[in-house]
Design a protein around this ligand. Sequence first.
Ligand code: GDP
Length: 177
Amino acid sequence: LPQVVFAGKSNVGKSSVINKLLGRKNFARVSAQPGKTVHINYFVIDRKMYLVDLPGYGYARVSKAEQQRWGALMETYFALGLLTVGIQIVDIRHKPTRDDVTMADWFRASDKPWIVVANKLDKIKKSQLEGNLAEIRQTLLLPAEVPVIPFSAEKGIGRDEVLAHIYGYIGKEGSEQ
Ligand code: GDP
């Protein structure tokens, strides 16, 4: 089955984005304790794909040992070469962090399709949109073919566009097999 991989900084709204995309309320747990997942969750969706939920990164209070564990987990997952499409979630309000850049490096090196979901669109002014999207693109060194999709898990904005990308990439892989 194709693997759709979700990654994002702790508290960026990864669980909320997943729930919004799936149209379910409590599929992924909206976290009270950020940074506490240190394993990869796999879910089979509609017998069509794996949703792969990578642990949130960049939580300020994690120890060096936990950071190293996160890195080792990424190394293992990406070395398997199993992902079909990567979904990286960032906060549209802020310049991506160093950890976001590291995550982007993993996706870029994988040579698989990858999209960036810029969440919490409802928290910025319209006038900030273009500038913030450009800053995300520049900071993450996104190749031209990687889209940055403004999203609000709170308001449900961007859902159809993200789903269209996901299904486009899953369909392509399916027809190659
Ligand atoms: P995770 O740790 O990345 O899985 O993040 P969560 O899904 O647990 O969300 C973290 C916090 O951000 C929660 O309080 C959510 O209600 C809030 N949140 C998530 N998405 C949005 C959004 O699009 N807009 C706003 N305003 N808040 C959001």
